[in-house]
Design a binder for this molecule. Sequence first.
Ligand code: KG4
Ligand code: ZN
Length: 341
Amino acid sequence: MRVLGIETSCDDTGVAVYDGGRGLLAHRLYSQITVHEQYGGVVPELAARDHIRKLLPLVREVMQEARTERGDVDGIAYTAGPGLVGALLVGASLGRSLAWSWEVPALGVHHMEGHLLAPMLEPAPPEFPFVALLVSGGHTLLVDVEDLGRYRILGESRDDAVGEAFDKTAKLLGLGYPGGPAIAAAAEEGDAQRFRFPRPMTNRPGLDFSFSGLKTFTRNTVLERTLDPQTLADIACAFQDAAVDTLVIKCRRALQQTGRGRLVVAGGVGANQLLRQRLRDMVAPMGAHVFYPRPELCTDNAAMIAYVGFRRLRAGECDSLQVKVQAKWSLATLKPLGGGR
Ligand code: KG4
Ligand code: ZN
């Protein structure tokens, strides 16, 4: 079975072709960074308009690269939420329409389920069950994954997502957008000993997160001094240290609480090298293992959407002709494989 995947939930236009027998045949991403960077964040209306411009040409390119004709496609999967409604509608409308005209089934996929299962595209994928840390610009979630579609939310952010905290801190420091890579780069020149920022909600039980306090602490630190290049690097370093430490502490707790021996890390912040290194150091003495998708599959991409689509379409799931997207959509409401929606 061969599935065309489409991702347009935020500021990346993604298209991929996944084949059940041969794996990922092609995937490409067109990033809208240049459209949004002057605003320091994603402008939803501009995102939707740019998806309209880029999506169809990208579908053509990726299908060509995957040596796939329309008659070879057995199903189409598109991100149906959570995300920006206007942006989601572009991918959903095109995906649904192509499926109708090519007479194949179509399925709306949950963006976070895509992130969660992205490591399955790697040569040594994790086995179920596992704990997943989903860390992106919109989400910070710890999930107990019993099987495909069986998700129990262990903890989530009560305010800002961790990626959002990186983005806002970068903006505050006058660094570029997106903020995660910019903070990580600035932190390399920083002195880790100069400032110590709080690790929010780590000194009380539970697996929820809160990053708005850390953001405020950072802002106050910035306002109290002149921001020379060294101070900027030291603050970026202290912020990254605190954010990463907080995630690592909660992951350790989640593994201990569930007794799982595998941790999957996905979402854009999962590309952070310090996080990767600290998680490796944390799981080693526990005899546990940590799995990451390669960096390009950590951030938004259509390969993960095509993969989830493949698994669910193959199990007989498919959506009606209605084009339906959801800005908010809880992972916990998803059904086990083949269980319908
Ligand atoms: O999953 P993703 O590509 O898009 C969303 O669905 O949100 O995640 C984007 C987020 C942004 O907030 C970005 O700043 C963050 O991931 N990010 C990073 C790094 N690379 C991307 N955060 C920390 N360190 C990084 N290296
Ligand atoms: Zn994402």
